[in-house]
Design a protein. Structure first.
Length: 449
C-alpha cells in the first residue's frame, strides 16, 4: 500500500493545471525540474528529509506547500521550511491555494473548513505509475476518522468519523479506478479501501457492501475488532468481495490493551473472531505493538507461543508503540517525564522506542522487539500460515490472497535491519544523505522531547 494523497490532490487541481506525482518509495524525486508549485505529504518520521527537499527546491525558486497530520500540528516550525501549510482538509484548501498562487497572493496558512465528505473528489488514478511499483493496488477512501479513542492514535481528539455518500464511492470505483496490470490478470479489479476504519459505522458499511456486490470486485480494508464480532456483517463483506481485513490487535496482554484505552478489542474472542473471518473467505491480518505499559518480560518472551496457540501468523505490522506528538499518549508521557531525551521527528516511525517503558528498560524493549521481528517473520511461520489458512475457504480469490500474503508476513523482519541504529529515540544519527544536506543547508532536526 502507498499513500493516495498525490492522486487525491491531483484530482482537486483545476483542469488547466499540469500535474506530475512522485512517491519516493517508488522513484527518486528529480530536484532539477522547474515546477511552479510543489505539494508535500509526509509521515512524521520523514519530516527532516522533507525539509531538505523543500529547502533545495525553494533555493531554486520553486514554491512549496506542506500538508498532513504533522504539518497541521507544527504550523510554525513547518512555515520556516515551506512557503505555505494546509491545516484543513484538502478539498476546499487546495483549489483556494492554487487560485491565490496564480494571482500572486499565496497566504501562509490554509484552514478553510470542508463542506464534509461529499466534497471529496475522485482521485486521478491514471497518474499512478504501476511500472514503478508492481505490487501496489489502487486505493480509495469511503470514510475519514474513527469513532474510537485509542490513546496512541493520531486521530484521537482530532477527527470525528464521517463517510461519503455510497453512490459516489461506487461511481469512483466503477468509472475512475485504474487496476494494477502487472499480475497476469490477478490484480485486475482488485483495490484497497484506505480508510482508517471502514467499519466506523456498521450501518454505513452494510449499505456500502450491498452496493458493492454487483460490481464483483476483490478488495481489502482496515477496521476495528467490534465489526469482526458481527458474523452477518463479516459474511456480507465476503459476499461483496472483501478478501482481506487488517485489524489492530495491538496486544494479547489485557493490561496493555487497558493501558491503550482500546476496550473494543475483546481478547477472549480473538480465536473465535479470527476463525470466523477465515472460514468466511477473508484473510485477517493484524498489527501488534510492544512497549505499552502493561508489557512485561514474561509476556514478550511468550508472545510467539501465544500466536502459535492461535494458529495465526498473518502479522503485517509489528511495531513499538509510538507517542505521536498530537496524541493523548504523548501528552501523558510528557507529563510523566517519560519521553526519552533528544527524540527527533525521525524517531517517530513506529519502530523506534521514544519513551521510557513502565516495567522494562528501553534496551530490554528493543531487544525483545528485534527478537520478535526475527522470530515471527520467518519461512517456517510462512509455511504454517499457508498450511493453516489455504483450506479455510474456497470462495473465489481467497487462496490467491493467502498465497500473495507471504511477502507481507516475511516483511515483519524488515524494520530493524539497519545496523547503524539502536532504535532507541534520541541516540541514532540521521540517515547519511539527509545529515549531509542538513549540514550544508544549515537545518537542524526537530527535537520532540
Ligand atoms: C497506506 C498507509 C501506509 C503506507 C504509506 C504511508 C503514507 N505515506 O501514508 C505504509 C505501509 C508505508 C505505512 C506505514 C506506516 N503506517 Co500507515 N497508513 C497508511 C494508510 C492506511 C493510508 C494512507 C492514505 O493514503 N490515506 C488516505 C489519504 C488521502 O489520507 P491521509 O494520508 O490521512 O491524509 C489526509 C490528511 O492528512 C491530508 N493530507 C495529507 N498529506 C497532505 C499534503 C497536503 C499538501 C495536503 C493539502 C493535505 C494532506 O489530506 C488527506 C485527506 O484528509 C493510513 C490510514 C489512513 N486512512 O490514512 C495509515 C497511517 C498513515 N499509518 C499509520 C501508522 C501508525 C503507520 C506505521 C507506524 C505502522 C507501523 N507500526 O509500522 C508505519 C509508519 C512508518 C513510518 N516510517 O513512519 C498511522 C499514522 C502514522 C503517522 N505518522 O501519522 C495511520 C494514520 C493509521 C492509523 N490510524 O494509525 N502506512
Amino acid at each position: 500500500m502507498q499513500s493516495s494523497v498525490p492522486e487525491l490532490l491531483a484530482g482537486l487541481c483545476p483542469e488547466h493545471v499540469e500535474v506530475e506525482i512522485f512517491n519516493e518509495k517508488e522513484a527518486d524525486i528529480p530536484l532539477d525540474r522547474d515546477w511552479d508549485l510543489v505539494f508535500f505529504s509526509y509521515l512524521h518520521s520523514y519530516y527532516e528529509h522533507t525539509k531538505v527537499l523543500s529547502t533545495l527546491l525553494r533555493r531554486r525558486g520553486v514554491v512549496t506547500v506542506a500538508g498532513g497530520r504533522h504539518a497541521g500540528h507544527f504550523v510554525d516550525d513547518v512555515l520556516e521550511h515551506f512557503d505555505a501549510v494546509v491545516t484543513g482538509e484538502p478539498e476546499p484548501n487546495v483549489p483556494a491555494l492554487i487560485s491565490d498562487f496564480e494571482r500572486g497572493e499565496l497566504r501562509p496558512v490554509y484552514d478553510l473548513e470542508s463542506k464534509g465528505p461529499s466534497a471529496i473528489r475522485p482521485a486521478r488514478y491514471e497518474l499512478i505509475d504501476f511500472s514503478r511499483n508492481r505490487v501496489r493496488l489502487p486505493g480509495i477512501e469511503a470514510s475519514r476518522g474513527c469513532p474510537f479513542k485509542c490513546n496512541f492514535c493520531v486521530l484521537t481528539g482530532h477527527e470525528r468519523y464521517r463517510y461519503r455518500p455510497v453512490a459516489e464511492v461506487i461511481d469512483e470505483i466503477r468509472l475512475k479506478m485504474r487496476w494494477n496490470p502487472n499480475w497476469l490478470g490477478f490484480a485486475d479489479e482488485a483495490f484497497m479501501f484506505l480508510d482508517n476504519n471502514l467499519g466506523g459505522s456498521p450501518k454505513y458499511l452494510r449499505e456500502l457492501c450491498e452496493a458493492l456486490i454487483p460490481l464483483k470486485k476483490t478488495w481489502g480494508c482496515a477496521l476495528t475488532f467490534n465489526i469482526l464480532q458481527d458474523e452477518s456483517l463479516v459474511k456480507l463483506m465476503a459476499q461483496a468481495g472483501c478478501r482481506y481485513i487488517y485489524t489492530g490487535l495491538e496486544s494479547l496482554n489485557p493490561d496493555s490493551i487497558a493501558s491503550m484505552k482500546k476496550g473494543q478489542n475483546k481478547l477472549s474472542e480473538v480465536t473465535k473472531v479470527m476463525n470466523r473471518a477465515y472460514q468466511n473467505g477473508i484473510l485477517l491480518s493484524f498489527g501488534l505493538i510492544v512497549g505499552s505499559d502493561g508489557d512485561t518480560n514474561d509476556y514478550l518472551v511468550k508472545l510467539p507461543s501465544y500466536l502459535a496457540d492461535l494458529r495465526s501468523f498473518s502479522i503485517t505490522f509489528l511495531g513499538i508503540v509510538c507517542p505521536y506528538p498530537e496524541t493523548p499518549l504523548y501528552r501523558q508521557f510528557a507529563a510523566e517525564g517519560r519521553l526519552l531525551p533528544g527524540t527527533i521527528s525521525r524517531d517517530y516511525d513506529g519502530y523506534t522506542l521514544c519513551h521510557r517503558p513502565k516495567n522494562l528498560s528501553p534496551s530490554e524493549i528493543v531487544e525483545h522487539y528485534e527478537r520478535l521481528c526475527r522470530e515471527l517473520g520467518t519461512l517456517p511461520n510462512l509455511a504454517r500460515h499457508w498450511s493453516n489458512r489455504l483450506l479455510d475457504s474456497n470462495l473465489p480469490n481467497y487462496r490467491k490472497i493467502v498465497l500473495f500474503s507471504g511477502p507481507e508476513l516475511l516483511s515483519v523482519q524488515n524494520p530493524v535491519k539497519n545496523p547503524k541504529r539502536t532504535y532507541i529515540g534520541g541516540r541514532d544519527p540521521i540517515e547519511a544523505w539527509d545529515a549531509e544536506q542538513m549540514r550544508k543547508l544549515g537545518l537542524s532536526p526537530q527535537v520532540l522531547s
